[in-house]
Ligand binder design. Structure first.
Ligand code: KIV
Length: 269
């Protein structure tokens, strides 16, 4: 059997033009990457949500470029077909265009990312332009910007006012004209996401923004039912939390029954 060709940044716009939906999952390690890749997920996002999901923090701000490099390399090792997209963490691109170039370069070279994602619209346009001009594909991120959680006053839905809607349209157009290959729309009204999706040639990937985007993204631990607190828009496609609890209990029982160390499958399956 021939192996599927790996997806690359230009394939995303091609998928939109063919009317094919894009699937994206935030993934942080080689094992999960292998499974989601085999399952056919198009884009494995090494999200800076790893600061919350993996490192147990309250937000994403403590994640470093070194953290992202380590996890991106792991995801790349686990995957064959999916496009591996790495988040640029807080303060890795805000200080200057040159620091953004340096850090995006490290994510591509040391982390083996195939594209990077950064948050914001018009203010990051010069950075997006520069990265794209040197061959680094960029995905934008608008709406709820987790790296601005303190300024936003929490993880709140965005795009409610007429002014915010107008700004979001302008930011999306700015990202497209700067050369971004896709844009994530997080927690904005369904109708606004639909309008932005219709206006852009590049694909929109929604999270908590309704069904009309060109693709959807969820955090792997949320969609697998491993996290206890999930946003209301998250659909759980499995209940792995219960499976883990059951496995832990079964293991403890086998230890107490003095059969856990046997070298064959003690359940005889
Ligand atoms: O970090 C992340 O997982 C993300 C997604 C929520 C889009 O940016």
């Amino acid at each position: 059997m021939t192996e599927a060709k790996p997806l690359r940044a230009p394939d995303l716009a091609a998928m939109k033009s063919r009317g094919e939906k894009i699937s994206m999952v935030a993934t942080y390690d080689a094992t999960m990457a292998r499974l989601f890749d085999q399952g056919g997920i198009d884009v494995l996002l090494v999200g800076d949500s790893l600061g919350m999901v993996i490192l147990g923090g309250d937000d994403t701000l403590q994640v470093t470029v070194d953290d992202m490099i380590r996890h991106t390399r792991a995801v790349r090792r686990g995957s064959k077909r999916a496009l591996v997209l790495a988040d640029m963490p807080f303060m890795s691109y805000q200080a200057s265009v040159s620091s953004a170039v340096r850090n995006a370069g490290r994510l591509m070279q040391q982390g083996e990312a195939m594209a990077v994602k950064l948050e914001g619209g018009a203010p990051v346009m010069p950075t997006v332009e520069r990265l794209v001009s040197i061959g680094i594909p960029v995905v934008g991120h608008l709406g709820l910007l987790p790296q601005s959680v303190h300024q936003l006053g929490g993880f709140r839905r965005q795009g409610g006012s007429q002014q915010a809607r107008q700004r979001l349209h302008e930011d999306a157009a700015a990202l497209e004209s700067a050369g971004a290959c896709a844009v994530v729309l997080e927690c904005i009204p369904d109708e606004l996401a639909k309008e932005v999706t219709a206006r852009l040639k590049i694909p929109t990937i929604g999270i908590g923004s309704g069904p009309h985007c060109d693709g959807q993204v969820l955090v792997s631990y949320d969609l697998l039912g491993l996290t206890s607190k999930t946003p209301p828009f998250v659909r759980k496609y499995a209940k792995l939390d219960q499976a883990v609890l059951d496995a832990a209990k079964a293991f403890i029982k086998d230890i107490n029954d003095d059969i856990a160390g046997e070298s064959k499958d003690v359940k005889g399956a």
